[in-house]
Design a binder for this molecule. Structure first.
Ligand SMILES: N[C@@H](CCC[C@H](N)C(=O)O)C(=O)O
Length: 276
């Protein structure tokens, strides 16, 4: 079968077209595809299915034609993937499965319908407004780092580094510890440091992330949204824009009163054929 490889700020995905939902995708097959030595290598898989043909998309089929069936690299499911949604839309547009009609393109996901717009070379998706709902902590290399629990459809823990500790110094080859009572389904952990202001934004933050199901990645869109929501809260703002620099580039997050726009590049790099 055919596959496409794409990425958004270095968060990379194998895209599998399966319009009628007939592909027998299993956690083992997803993990094999995402294996960087023995497979294609990716942070996750995006299966492109008609919403009406997927049990979790059927209820959204009246609003969106396509369902983003997102899987993490270890074969687990996640509710939402912000960069994945942007790359998914790039794929729909480049393959002609959808047309940019001037209005936002709806995409069904496990976290509900998101809407996407092409903005120059970049793709923006409008997702639910992140909800900062608790305090918790991550443990890493003997340190305990307090943070904010944020729901972006999927779970996040945003931890600001204390003075004297630099982001590049963090060892993210191992999963940070977290409180399973606060995050019973696991969590994506973002580590942040403030940066010099960027024109046209209300805050500028540097971020590294350890993703549930994918380990350290070069970028996480929902993670950037969580970081943006915490940065605006800390600045005493309810709405506004935040530039979030990840190892793979820059994402911009804009919070309105009732939603969150995530903007950045989304690129397709190759198409090929999978051997059985
Ligand atoms: N990289 C994604 C998030 C993917 C899902 C995450 N690993 C989870 O399990 O919640 C993004 O761009 O949002």
């Amino acid at each position: 079968m055919e596959f496409t490889k794409g990425h958004g700020t270095g968060n990379d995905f194998v895209i599998l077209p399966d319009p009628d939902g007939t592909l027998d995708l299993t956690p083992e097959r997803v993990a094999a595809l995402c294996d960087r030595r023995r497979g294609l290598g990716a942070d996750g898989v995006l299966r492109v299915v008609r919403a009406a043909k997927h049990p979790e998309g059927a209820g959204q089929a009246g609003e969106a034609e396509w369902f983003m069936d997102y899987w993490n690299a270890d074969g687990s499911f996640a509710e939402m993937c912000g960069n994945g949604a942007r790359v998914f839309v790039r794929y729909l547009l480049d393959t002609g499965l959808a047309t940019p009609a001037g209005r936002a393109l709806p995409v069904a996901t496990r976290a509900g319908v998101v809407r996407a717009l092409v903005v120059g070379d970049e793709i923006s998706v409008e997702m639910r407004r992140p909800r900062v709902y608790d305090t918790s902590a991550a443990s890493l290399g003997g340190l305990t780092l307090p943070g904010a629990a944020v729901d972006v459809g999927n779970p996040h823990l945003v931890c600001a580094l204390p003075a004297g500790l630099e982001l590049p110094a963090l060892d993210l080859t191992r999963a940070p510890g977290f409180d399973p009572a606060v995050f019973p389904a696991g969590v994506n952990v973002e580590f942040t440091a403030p940066a010099e202001p960027v024109d046209g934004t209300d805050a500028h933050v540097l971020m590294r992330v350890y993703e549930r199901g994918s380990a350290e990645t070069l970028s996480c869109g929902t993670g950037a949204c969580a970081v943006g929501a915490v940065a605006l809260r800390d600045a005493g703002l309810d709405t506004g824009s935040v530039a979030v620099d990840v190892p793979g580039g820059r994402l911009t997050v804009r919070l309105t009163e009732d939603s969150c726009w995530l903007t950045g590049p989304a690129t397709l790099v190759a198409t090929g054929t999978l051997h059985p």
